[in-house]
Design a protein. Structure first.
Length: 193
């Protein structure tokens, strides 16, 4: 090598710099000790052609590596999408859970607005309907209660009274809700047994 080549090689010895993969022929060749001239390097490369892999093998290996990388990326993309979806769903669930007492307050307010002016009552009903509609579009649904068979998975019995046959919900004390099929808050009910 010339002095210019040696200078360039010493400048590229930065540990953070990417080093190219050595040619297989160079790695297998017998390198004489000391400095190697350009002619000696060319002779070593020409003499090592017997151990050179075939073009088809290299192409197949590269294709397999590319397919593995593509599959790994696709799996990564799906995993990140699942994780992001789960984060959004947990955040939505928390927000909706915090809004349930507001729905309860609206229902209580609607029950006591009978003697107010009809315009005021209509305004409160519209705001309640809009809030409930927004939450329903996010996946909230009311749990059926009055007259329904008692189900401990969705109903929380706080009172009971004597009745005929199987236990049924006699009265709803506080509404229950599901969010996308999962019970968010069980309904507080009075059960007739």
């Amino acid at each position: 090598m010339s002095d210019e080549g040696a200078g360039a090689a010493s400048e590229s010895s930065d540990p953070g710099a990417a080093t190219p993969e050595p040619d297989a022929r160079v790695a297998d060749a017998q390198v004489p000790e000391g400095r190697v001239t350009d002619e000696e390097l060319a002779e070593l490369l020409d003499g090592g052609s017997a151990s050179e892999p075939e073009a088809g093998d290299v192409e197949r290996d590269l294709r397999e590596a590319a397919q593995r990388v593509q599959a790994d990326f696709e799996n990564y993309r799906k995993r990140v999408l699942r994780e992001q979806t789960a984060i959004v769903e947990r955040a939505t669930e928390g927000l909706i859970e915090q809004l349930l007492p507001v729905l309860d307050s609206f229902e209580l307010a609607l029950g006591t607005l009978d003697d107010l002016e009809p315009k005021v009552r209509k305004g409160v009903e519209l705001v309640y309907a809009e809030l409930l509609g927004t939450l329903e579009r996010a996946g909230l649904e009311r749990i059926e209660t009055d007259g329904a068979p008692f189900d401990p998975n969705v109903h929380e019995a706080v009172l009971s009274e004597d009745g005929d046959g199987e236990p049924v919900v006699a009265e709803t004390m506080r509404g229950g809700y599901r969010l996308k099929g999962k019970v968010l808050r069980p309904a507080m009910v009075k059960v007739a047994r």
